[in-house]
Ligand binder design. Sequence first.
Ligand SMILES: [Zn+2]
Length: 198
Amino acid sequence: MNDQYKKLHQISQPKFSFRFCPVCGNPLRTLRLKQNEPHRLVCSKCDFILYLDPKLAVSSIVEMNGGIVLVKRDIGPMKGSWVTPGGYVDRGEEVKEAAIRETVEECGILTRVKDLLGVYSYTGRLVVVITFISEYISGDLIAGDEVQDVKLCRSSEIPWDDMAFQSTTASLEDYYHLKKRHNIPSKVKEPQSAFDRA
Ligand SMILES: [Zn+2]
């Protein structure tokens, strides 16, 4: 069993999860249904299999006046740290719509999804983050739902040591690398872009 599989195996163990069947209420038991797959939680009565699926989240990188929109979290995990606007995708919700909704809720601005930047997942972690590059359309920046503060950061002002999640840091690094590779200036009404100054 390699290290990656061990981590996957550990997070699938029932001590971190559920005891009773959500369908009929009888106890769940732990069974290995297939070799080389994690143990599954199976109902002792109705055979319902409770798959412990990943949790899907979205995040948006939005530029305004040459800065990237960051929000300071007002809830755990990582309360008080900075993150790009985002949150969980609701079941049945289109992923891009979730990105737009979360951005409005957290910082008040309407955006349009332009491109997929990346998909961020890490062995042993439950959350998979899909990060989009989005375009500002309208509205004023406000500290909205579950947010303490909001600010625009140029590349030299990003609080790298105070970012909430590994995916936040990785996505911002990818974004700046992408811009550098394609030599895309930030949209600023100044002789030199914030990106070029970094
Ligand atoms: Zn059951």
